[in-house]
Design a protein around this ligand. Structure first.
Ligand SMILES: Cc1cc2nc3c(=O)[nH]c(=O)nc-3n(C[C@H](O)[C@H](O)[C@H](O)COP(=O)(O)O)c2cc1C
Length: 235
């Protein structure tokens, strides 16, 4: 039997906290077993709000998602683009004053929630501009959740567009997404009024915590020990 040790230190996890580690070894040939030991990991979850309105309903929804993420064990930050000096990107013409701060905040996050109002069937220009200041260096191996808020009945098209952008940036988009229609009725000044939408938003928040760092080691691998037999994977 060949013993093949396999060290697997996730770059992102390790960069955030030197106390976090993951150690995996496989016995190859015969029964492959994968055992993973993992210390406590507190994911960093951020949400970027694509609306600059003071009374933004998108921001209200993002706060709810972040509260759920925090309850699930994450530290959270709302990236409020009103606080950032980010003029329309002029590519290759130097840096906007707050571009570096934005990029660092995104780079350090394990999960990023992109929240946007629906503007003419897509996501907002403010969010697009912020994303254009970022790139794959910031988003690669990052878990991304998507949330859209629309005044009309047909929320969802902005999610499609953001999914494409996120994948282009090599992020891992979560399968659960939130599309909130009829925002003026269903979202209040401080909370989502509709019970089912609120519950779905909380689920998205929890998923951002649960699947943080998914690119490095899916959550199921952190249960110790995991028996990973060929029989189980081939049937
Ligand atoms: C420029 C602009 C375009 C919009 N286009 C749409 C649209 O196509 N469909 C829709 O349902 N709502 C549309 N809306 C309404 C917003 O999606 C809605 O008011 C949303 O709640 C705004 O988000 P906020 O409260 O976070 O600012 C538009 C609003 C603006 C300002």
């Amino acid at each position: 039997m060949i013993f093949q040790p396999q060290f697997n230190f996730p770059k992102r996890i390790f960069a955030i906290s030197p106390t976090k580690y993951q150690f995996r070894y496989n016995f190859c040939g015969g029964y492959p077993y994968t055992v993973v030991m993992s210390s406590e990991f507190t994911p960093r979850v951020i949400a970027i709000c694509g609306s600059l309105r003071d009374a933004s309903r998108t921001r209200v929804a993002l706060h709810e998602a972040l509260a759920a993420a925090e309850e699930a064990g994450a530290t959270t930050t709302l990236v409020d683009l009103r606080d950032y000096e980010l003029p329309c990107l002029k590519a290759e013409e130097g840096e906007a004053s707050d571009a570096k701060m934005l990029r660092e905040t995104v780079e350090q996050a394990d999960s990023v929630l992109l929240g946007t109002p629906n503007y003419h069937g897509s996501y907002s220009g403010a969010l697009k501009n912020a994303l254009d200041y970022c790139g794959r260096d910031e988003f690669e191996e990052t878990t991304v959740g998507l949330l859209e808020v629309a005044a009309g009945d047909f929320a969802g098209s902005a999610l499609m567009h953001l999914r494409t952008v996120s994948r282009t940036l090599r992020a891992w988009t979560l399968p659960i997404e939130v599309a909130i229609p009829d925002s003026h009725t269903l979202v209040g000044d401080t909370r989502i009024k509709d019970h089912d939408i609120a519950e779905r938003t909380h689920r998205l928040g929890r998923a951002l915590t649960r699947y943080a760092g998914v690119a490095d080691y899916p959550k199921k691998c952190t249960q110790t020990p995991v028996r990973d037999t060929k029989q189980e994977t081939t049937h």
